[in-house]
Design a protein around this ligand. Structure first.
Ligand code: GTP
Ligand code: SPV
Ligand code: MN
Length: 617
């Protein structure tokens, strides 16, 4: 019997109950599972069905084991808090490896290790790594099952937290397994927390290993992840498959796998648009995807918040699907005033990781409410008061929740055909220089804008906060091959679209420019609808623009600022192009491009030259 659901309108959080066994799997999956079991020597093997019963059983087991804390069901039904190991809180980019045949194929932005050398290291660390634990076999589909754009994978993991999270983030279980065929192909992903339980040892709430390997083999399309149970390190369908491996498949098959949100916008005249936007980690994708417009007549609906797969359809139009089925979103600063839609999505059936626990057994994080609770348990479980010197929630604390539970989810969000894309937006977190919005002159200029994005580092990955780094297309941590070849691939896709007159327009935005007082010049969040309106009016042919060295900017009056009280001079500062600092920017871009040697497409060095002469002109 199925577990009683908290409310009648609760959507499915995983696939329906169906009978399964290893017999449902094609021989290649069975043989691989046997091989990994022989290597990792788990005590038990469980083939996951994705049923509600299975999910509840795993949740109950994790509560008993101390991995999860059940929140008060009257306040937040079906919801749990996980506290990770304090050393396992974000993606580990310096332990993320692209093991292509040659270092050149991985390119200068990836950590490359020779595949044979990595295989032998992995064999050593995975040998016996699941002793005393259960090995779960987790079949999944990225994209609506039956979509021509969808792809299958199977993750093996010894973490029940990962199983339950994969059940939210993907279409997981028997419905996926039954459709995996040798012909369709599937991506194998092996994951172990790397903490075998030897005879009589007691487990810890969040097992992991100080040594981590997040390894990808682009040629054989394999993923091996060891030592972490956190987010992108461990939910291998997400960044490892849907971006790093998928970007390689996409290059070979002529489509695009991108770190992009997808949204649907309806203008006051009822015209529907779809747009995608790539911003680096923790730079506003979830917030833009769930935006509530502050300007009248506009509606924004959500299709995806992190990853988009885009391909040309039979009519030559670029279509996008969201390969995921859930959100793994940043908690801090999510509030009714910044992202009311997210707050409403999180009413129940949510797994929170590394947020604070209040005295009512509910969650809290910095920026959630105006008033700060007098007492909390912080993300490590220690007493916390407003006078504490460390944040109550970890800066990269997150929520995991089904997309179907989002009140702004679009009716076409899981359309197997995907949605036709009208605009592509690139962005980053830049306190200086980069204007609020710029339109690219054409596809090549748009690719230049995407390729030269830089952004201040956030807590989404281990590293120095605030440090400026290049993050082309927001894909530096996620591109499975040489970034210069990736730019060439974007140019090739654009050539085909431009030839058919169907290429989406490309824009660059920056919500994070600061004034001299160090405060954001732009209010952001719902007010970003004003920028979206200009972008889509440009697509519609109804908004005017003026030229600038950087590209096209809103003509005076074209950006709707009605009812918005910007500080004195903010409108000008948001669009200011300081020639001296832009020439410095161009110099640094030139050095950056030189790092890729002769692989850099000539179109991009041409764009750089044109930008320099416009700035000097
Ligand atoms: P990942 O899940 O790591 O890929 O992040 P994301 O790109 O989805 O970023 P998200 O929307 O979660 O936002 C990250 C942080 O930026 C949050 O703390 C937001 O509150 C903040 N943020 C988002 N949009 C805006 C904005 O328009 N203005 C300002 N000032 N902050 C924003
Ligand atoms: C990101 O870092 O871009 C995320 C979180 O979306 S993770 O899944 O950990 O990659
Ligand atoms: Mn992301």
């Amino acid at each position: 019997a199925s577990t009683a659901l908290p409310t009648p309108e609760q959507p499915r959080t995983s696939a329906p109950v169906t009978e399964t066994s290893r017999e449902a799997a094609p021989p290649s999956v069975r043989a691989w599972v046997d091989e990994i079991a022989a290597l990792t020597t788990p005590d038990r093997i469980v083939w996951c069905t994705g049923s509600e019963d299975e999910r509840q059983r795993l949740l109950d087991e994790m509560v008993l084991a101390g991995t999860l804390i059940a929140l008060d069901p009257a306040l937040r039904p079906g919801s749990y808090l996980a506290r990770s190991d304090p050393d396992d809180v974000a993606r580990v980019e310096d332990r993320t490896f692209i093991c292509s045949r040659t270092a050149d194929e991985a390119g200068p932005t990836n950590n490359w290790v020779d595949p044979e050398q990595m295989r032998s290291r992995l064999r050593d660390v995975f040998a016996g790594s699941m002793r005393g634990r259960t090995m779960y076999v987790v079949p999944f589909s990225m994209g609506p099952i039956g979509s021509p754009l969808a792809k299958f994978g199977v993750q093996i993991t010894d973490s029940p937290y990962v199983v339950v999270s994969m059940g939210v983030m993907t279409r997981m279980g028997t419905t996926a397994l039954e459709r995996i065929t040798e012909a369709a192909g599937w991506v194998p992903a092996v994951h172990s927390v790397g903490a075998p339980l030897v005879e009589g040892a007691v487990d810890v709430p969040w097992p992991c290993n100080a040594t981590k390997y997040i390894s990808h083999f682009p040629e054989t399309r394999e993923i091996w992840s060891f030592g972490s149970a956190y987010g992108g390190n461990a939910l291998l369908a997400k960044k490892a498959f849907a971006l790093r491996i998928a970007s390689v498949i996409a290059r070979d098959e002529g489509w695009l796998a991108e770190h992009m949100l997808i949204l649907k916008v309806t203008n006051p005249r009822g015209r529907v648009f779809h747009a995608v936007a790539a911003f680096p980690s923790a730079c506003g994708k979830t917030n833009l995807a769930m935006l509530r417009p502050t300007i009248p007549g506009w509606t924004v609906e959500t299709i995806g918040d992190d990853i988009a797969w885009l391909a040309e359809d039979a009519d030559g139009r670029l279509r996008a699907i969201n390969p995921e089925a859930g959100f793994f979103g940043v908690a801090p600063d999510t509030s009714r005033s910044t992202n009311e839609t997210a707050i409403e999505t999180l009413w129940g059936n949510t797994i929170f990781t590394n947020v604070a626990l209040d005295d009512n057994n509910d969650v809290w994080w910095e920026g959630m409410t105006d008033t700060v609770p007098d007492h909390l348990l912080d993300w490590r479980g220690a007493d916390w008061t407003p006078s504490s010197s460390t944040p109550a929630a970890h800066p990269n604390s997150r929520f995991t929740v089904a997309a179907a539970q989002c009140p702004s989810i679009a009716d076409d969000w899981d359309d197997p055909r995907g949605v036709v894309i009208d605009a592509i937006i690139f962005g980053g977190r830049r306190a200086t220089n980069v204007p609020l919005v710029v339109e690219a002159r054409d596809w090549e200029h748009g690719v230049y804008l995407g390729a030269t994005i830089s952004s201040e580092r956030t807590a989404a990955a281990e590293g120095t906060l605030g440090e400026l780094r290049r993050d082309p297309f927001a894909m530096v941590p996620f591109c499975g091959y040489n970034m210069a070849d990736y730019w060439a691939h974007w140019l090739a896709v654009g050539e085909s679209l431009q030839a058919r007159g169907t290429a989406p327009r490309i824009f660059q935005v920056n919500w994070f420019r600061k004034g001299e007082n160090g405060r954001f010049l732009w209010p952001g969040f719902g007010e970003n609808s004003r920028v979206l309106a200009w972008i889509l009016d440009r697509v519609d042919g109804t908004a005017s623009a003026v030229d600038s060295p950087l590209g096209l900017m809103p003509a005076p009056g074209a950006l709707n600022l009605d009812g918005l009280s910007l500080t004195e001079g903010a409108r000008e500062s948001l669009f200011e192009v300081d020639r001296a600092s832009w020439i410095a920017e161009v110099d640094s871009t030139e050095l950056f491009l030189e790092g890729f040697g002769s692989r850099v497409p000539a179109q991009l060095t041409d764009q750089l030259g044109e930008l320099r002469s416009r700035l000097l002109g």
